[in-house]
Write a protein that binds this ligand. Structure first.
Ligand code: FES
Length: 349
């Protein structure tokens, strides 16, 4: 076991890339599949329930990187599961479902993501709300809590079209049956009998979840759904410091209205050369356009792979995902999500 711990998948603190092998796949619904991975060299997966990994792959000569939440629990560290739903026009998700088979391997970046249970105060109740494929990170949380013998009440509220189109339907029913502290609530928008259709609403919450004392709420789903949940809880007077939502899509870079879009600045890349960067252009984009190598994966401010050090200059970031307070104090930023508005000097990885 000691050897396995030494090979801990997340033993490295900075972003890294490691190969993982697909060992099995399981269809969950007609358009969602769970892929089960093993790390190479018998390493174990160590992540926090709710986090995601970023998969890197090449499709038709183009390189892609996409982040997917884990649906498994780190209490079972020898495998890692990601449940992927087919997306209209989604190159990577659809390719994975159509092509990824056992014995194939992919590169993955270290698990990451701030939507997780790390800072949970171990409340008396967890209210886990999800819609559609947003179920994956909260399923990981539920599995972790149950595997680690949490005595907290887990109210699991999931919205989906109907039973046949619910990811983990059988597992949800099984958990509900086995664990006294797991309480399943399902809202079907298109059940067999249209009169039984239900959608999440403030009224539904007030009628069905009556006790929110000493509760932490975690929600993942489409933006509109998460906004509805947030509004319902606020209207209920819930302490929003105990409300956590997955924000997989980072905010768009902030427009800096003081800057003429035509402005360009000199960007000195430590130990390499000085390049040109336009106002509004990300450091990553400028560096790559100048022909310099830089590690990057999601290109959307979620994975942390493109961490760079701003040695000087005026920089503005739209995402600080996976950067610690210490990183921020030292001047680290995410190159894909950072623009500059003065001549600047950076060190890239
Ligand atoms: S490439 Fe993922 S955060 Fe920048």
């Amino acid at each position: 076991m000691q050897q396995l711990e030494q090979l801990n998948f997340t033993g490295q603190t900075s972003a890294f890339i490691a190969p993982i092998n697909c060992v099995a796949r399981r269809d969950e619904t007609p358009d969602a599949t769970t892929f089960i991975f093993e790390a190479c060299n018998q390493a174990v997966f160590n992540f926090i329930p709710g986090q995601f990994i970023t998969l890197q792959l090449e499709i038709d000569g183009h390189e892609y990187a996409r982040s997917y939440s884990m649906s498994s629990s780190p209490s079972r560290p020898f495998t890692l599961e990601c449940t992927i739903k087919r997306v209209k026009g989604g190159v990577v998700s659809n390719w994975l479902i159509d092509n990824l088979q056992p014995d194939m391997s992919l590169n993955a970046l270290a698990p990451a993501g701030d939507f997780n249970l790390q800072n949970s105060q171990q409340p008396a109740r967890y209210l886990l709300l999800s819609a559609g494929s947003g179920i994956t990170p909260v399923m990981s949380m539920a599995r972790w809590l149950l595997d680690t013998n949490s005595t907290a009440q887990i109210d699991f509220v999931h919205s989906s079209p109907n039973r046949d189109n619910t990811i983990f339907q059988k597992r949800l029913e099984m958990l509900d049956k086995i664990y006294d502290n797991f309480n399943l609530n399902q809202l079907f928008s298109r059940p067999a009998n249209a009169d039984d259709a239900q959608r999440f609403s403030a009224e539904w919450l007030n009628q069905n979840i009556t006790d929110l004392e000493d509760t932490e709420v975690y929600v993942c789903g489409p933006t509109g759904y998460m906004q509805d949940v947030e509004a319902a809880l606020k209207a209920r007077g819930f302490n929003m410091e105990r409300f956590f939502k997955e924000s997989f899509q980072p905010e768009a870079p902030t427009e800096n209205t003081d800057i003429n879009a035509a402005s360009t600045f000199a960007l000195e890349v430590e130990g390499q050369k000085t390049i040109e960067i336009k106002a509004g252009q990300s450091i990553l984009d400028a560096v790559e356009k100048a022909g310099l190598d830089m590690t990057a994966a999601c290109r959307a401010g979620v994975c942390g792979a493109c961490k760079c050090l701003i040695i000087n200059g005026k920089a503005e970031s739209s995402s600080q995902a996976n950067l610690s307070e210490e990183d921020l104090e030292q001047g680290y930023a995410l190159a894909c999500s950072t623009t500059v508005s003065s001549n600047s000097h950076v060190k890239i990885g």
